[in-house]
Design a protein around this ligand. Structure first.
Ligand code: LLP
Length: 870
């Protein structure tokens, strides 16, 4: 590589500020990395200012030095610190540069002399500043020696600390702030000096000329200050991770990279738990609108997180869920002082007096509860006890700890509430001590017991995605998961088997003949069938034909050895017509008329009953027959309330408490209960579910001597939102085998529908018109809820693709709608797609299950026809 820049830059060339932290500057190879990155920015035609931290561990070592009383010990500490820098120089094969030599001499002198001359705090600041002064001096030498002429800049000559009225001497010297009005003079001064600069994070100078520190997160803040002063094109924070994520990846490996945030959101995420960026470093950049980029030093090719001014062209979305542990709640009950004037003032005066800063506040007429965040407070039990003693003089005090604050962050949280019902339901089983909504409408916080957080967080993250509140499908905002970027290399399976990408020319041809059309891909059906055949515990698999009754699909599944589960004579006839073999048939209707049973009994179908009525009223019909009893296990599950088929709110299944009555009736009519059946709902993605049903059915069966098989239903879900984990078939089998080992006497049957066909089908439609309305853009297709009712009925999410423009960037945000005269005729909301044109072919994915079978002639629009591809 030749990092030497080809041409010199004009005076008004833009600035890029790049900040590297302690680990990024601690070794030769890391510096080689920095060299390359800086050279690449220079090659973009920008002036570069590099801001560095001290070598890792050096700031701590300097603090320890400061804490030493004896001059001898301090000098020894200074020597050890100097040695770190000699070692690195050695490694770089560099001679000692003057700038570094001077710093080392200064440090030795400061260590020897101690605080006396400067005063304790000023001395500490001066000593600690040396970490950055030394690392930057070393870096300047390395970069220049490597062919990238680099000017060493003393940050204290550029960053002027301001004195604030509420600061004491300690904060003024050790946690200072800087005035960041754009400084054209600085810009010009530096531009005259060179093109690449290196300076220190963490330090500045105050009006009296003393060195001051910028406190925690200081180097990021320095980079932001410089970005603002120079009105840089951007500030880049180089760190060990690609950016901010939708949750802490240590708790939620499926957390997604946040590719785009506005300043306020990023600040909120940083303040509520994310460690990657100090919240303080964003405010200097807001007014000059300088974007900040977080990048991974080890993986510079990753996009990272861009934080900038608000962009409106996004769907409202929760951006992150964060958790802070170690929260203490203080609940204060006013004693008989209902709405007394000054109560809050009295109470808060005590917090101020104890130096405790309050985070969340909840208040009622006679109670106020506040939270104390350990990152903002020095919380120990003594501090809390002292506070409680004082508070007890004005109110009744209760301290609740340890708690955790779980925060949902996103712009416009209040407008997202309706999407959160499933997420909020999760809190139903927990002790929620407090709920707080920030007045800036950016966060919603729940304070719960600390112990529940680690298990709760991944679950809430998943629910937020499933509810469409965390819009991870918006690829402009949400990047890959942490797991995919840094995990074992196994990226989560895509939301669906996107066979349509390889079949695109074929699909375009099919659409050119006519739209709307359903297209089914038989290899995908077979693939899914073979997946299920890996379930060694299952003795018999049936396809629930209600999902898709296309004869080619029925045939393909018969060839794979599946039986068929039907709910009407029509379905039985469809199977018989397509599959004239002797494949097993189940007849599992609900509230069917008498004649349906009579007819089914005349076929080879195994008939199931799920209420007392048929035996009470039509007992003769079933005399001497073997039947299946469908029971309701008291709960329902599934992707939407309307597809849950258990519990008293659902019309399916015989309640367990009526089983005895059913058995008596069966006895009376000589009916034999050969099988027990339960199907609790559809679209279930929890591997454990079927094992539970199996075990429950088995234990019920033990009370009924005649049972020989258990049918644990269908309901196997397929992930629809990107990032949702698919069912783990091997794990499901393991669970089922475990139950089977306990109940080997029963055969195990299943009857999945969706799993076999959902991904195998797509709906093709054409763009008809577009319309802008307010901030929304509508994209009209030639079919809608008449062909695919799932979005309207269940808010189901189907991936939508512009097949005609697969390679174009997705720059538009569309509401994808059909031509039906209903406001609910929407196929997808807030979809990021390429700019579309009339006639473009749109593909609606995962339409193989419950698509065509649920379509209608509504508005007398033609139904989509069906095409099968091998
Ligand atoms: N067995 C019985 C008794 C069923 O009622 C069903 C589906 C199944 C099996 C197959 O369930 P699957 O494996 O496909 O989830 N229209 C809704 C789904 C309704 C499911 C009705 N019963 C949807 O589009 O999501």
């Amino acid at each position: 590589m030749n990092p030497q820049s080809p041409a010199s830059l004009p005076a008004d060339a833009p600035w890029i500020v790049m900040k590297f932290g302690g680990t990024s500057v601690a070794t030769l190879s890391r510096w080689q990395n920095i060299l390359e990155l800086v050279a690449s920015r220079r090659a973009e035609g920008a002036r570069v200012l590099v801001v560095v931290s001290a070598l890792t561990g050096v700031t701590d070592a300097l603090k320890q030095l400061c804490a030493q009383g004896e001059p001898g010990k301090r000098s020894e500490a200074a020597k050890a610190i100097a040695q770190r820098h000699y070692d690195l120089l050695d490694h770089m094969q560099l001679a000692m540069p003057d700038t570094l030599g001077e710093r080392l001499a200064d440090l030795a002198k400061l260590a020897h002399e101690g605080a006396a001359a400067l005063g304790e705090l000023a001395w500490q600041a001066q000593v600690q500043a040396h970490g950055e002064l030394m690392s930057s001096a070393l870096g300047a030498a390395f970069l220049s020696h490597s062919g990238l002429p680099t000017q060493w800049l003393d940050a204290r000559d550029c960053l002027a600390a301001i004195a604030l009225p509420n600061q004491n001497e300690r904060t003024r010297l050790l946690s200072s702030m800087v005035d960041t009005k754009a400084d054209p003079a600085l810009n010009a001064r530096l531009a005259a000096l060179g093109e690449v600069f290196i300076t220190q994070g963490f330090i500045a100078r105050e009006a009296k000329g003393r060195t001051v520190l910028l406190g925690r997160g200081g180097s990021d803040t320095s980079a932001a200050y410089f970005g603002a002063l120079l009105k840089a094109q951007r500030v880049e924070i180089w760190t060990d991770v690609a950016g901010m994520f939708t949750a802490n990846p240590r708790q939620v490996p499926g957390a997604r990279l946040l590719q785009r945030l506005d300043y306020e959101e990023a600040q909120e995420i940083a303040s509520t738990g994310a460690k990657v960026l100090h919240p303080r470093c964003l405010s200097p950049l807001r007014e000059p609108r300088v974007p900040l980029l977080i990048k991974d030093t080890n993986r510079p090719e990753l996009d990272g997180t861009v934080i900038g001014p608000e962009v409106r062209a996004h769907a409202p979305s929760v951006k992150a869920i964060s958790a802070r542990k170690g929260i203490t709640l203080v609940s204060m009950e006013s004693v008989g002082m209902w709405q007394q004037v000054g109560f809050l003032a009295d109470v808060f005066a005590h917090f101020k007096q104890h130096g405790l800063s309050v985070d969340l506040i909840g208040s009622a007429e006679t109670n106020v509860t506040v939270s104390l965040d350990p990152t903002e407070n020095l919380l120990d039990s003594d501090a809390i006890a002292a506070l409680a003693t004082d508070l007890a003089k004005v109110c009744r005090v209760k301290v609740i700890a340890p708690c955790a604050a779980i925060t949902l962050v996103g712009r416009g949280m209040r407008s997202l509430l309706h999407t959160l019902s499933g997420v909020l339901a999760e809190f139903g089983q927990l002790r929620v001590h407090m709920i707080s909504q920030s007045s800036n409408n950016l966060n919603l916080t729940f304070v719960v017991d600390e112990e529940v957080v680690d298990t709760l967080l991944p679950h809430l993250h998943e629910l937020l995605i499933a509810a469409g509140a965390l819009r991870t499908d918006d690829s402009a905002l949400f990047g890959p998961s942490w797991q995919a970027l840094y995990g074992s290399g196994e990226s989560p399976a895509p939301a669906a088997a996107w066979w349509h990408e390889s079949q695109r020319p074929r699909l375009l041809e099919i659409a050119a003949q006519a739209t709307p059309r359903y297209v089914y891909h038989l290899p995908t059906v077979r693939h899914q069938a073979r997946e299920l055949k890996r379930l060694a515990a299952v003795d018999r698999l049936h396809y629930a034909v209600k999902a898709n009754t296309h004869p080619a699909i029925l045939k393909a599944l018969a060839e794979e050895g599946f039986g068929f589960e039907c709910v009407s004579p029509g379905e039985v006839k469809a199977v018989m017509a397509a599959v004239p073999s002797s494949a097993p048939l189940l007849f599992t209707p609900n509230f069917a008329p008498r004649e349906d049973y009579a007819w089914a009994l005349s076929t080879r179908s195994t008939v199931s009953l799920d209420s007392l009525y048929p035996l009470e009223h039509w007992g003769e019909l079933f005399r001497g027959r073997e039947i299946v009893l469908r029971v309701d296990l008291g709960r329902g599950l599934g992707h939407h309330e309307k597809v849950r088929t258990g519990g008293s709110g659902s019309k399916f299944g015989l309640p367990v408490e009526q089983i005895d009555a059913f058995l008596r009736l069966a006895d009376t009519h000589g009916v034999i209960v050969r099988g027990l059946h339960a199907h609790l709902g559809s679209g279930i993605l929890d591997d454990a579910h079927w094992g539970e049903v199996y075990a429950q059915l088995a234990s019920l069966a033990e009370r009924i001597g005649s049972v020989s098989f258990l049918d644990i239903g269908g309901g196997l879900g397929v992930p629809s939102h990107p990032g949702e984990a698919p069912l783990d078939i091997a794990e499901l089998d393991r669970v089922l085998r475990e139950v089977k080992a306990a109940y080997p006497q029963y055969q195990l049957w299943m009857e999945p529908g969706r799993y076999l066909v959902a991904d195998a089908g797509v709906l093709l439609a054409r763009v008809t018109q577009q319309k802008g309305k307010g901030t929304l853009r509508y994209l009209g297709l030639d079919t809608g809820m008449n062909s695919l009712i799932r979005p309207a009925l269940y808010d189901a999410w189907h991936e939508i693709v512009n097949l005609s423009r697969l390679d174009e960037p997705a720059t538009a945000l569309y509401q994808v709608v059909g031509p039906i005269c209903e406001s609910g005729d929407v196929l997808g909301t807030d979809r990021r797609l390429p700019e579309a044109r009339e006639g473009d072919v749109m593909l609606i994915a995962q339409a193989g299950a419950y698509g065509k079978v649920m379509s209608s002639h509504y508005n007398l629009r033609d139904e989509a026809d069906e095409v099968v591809i091998e």
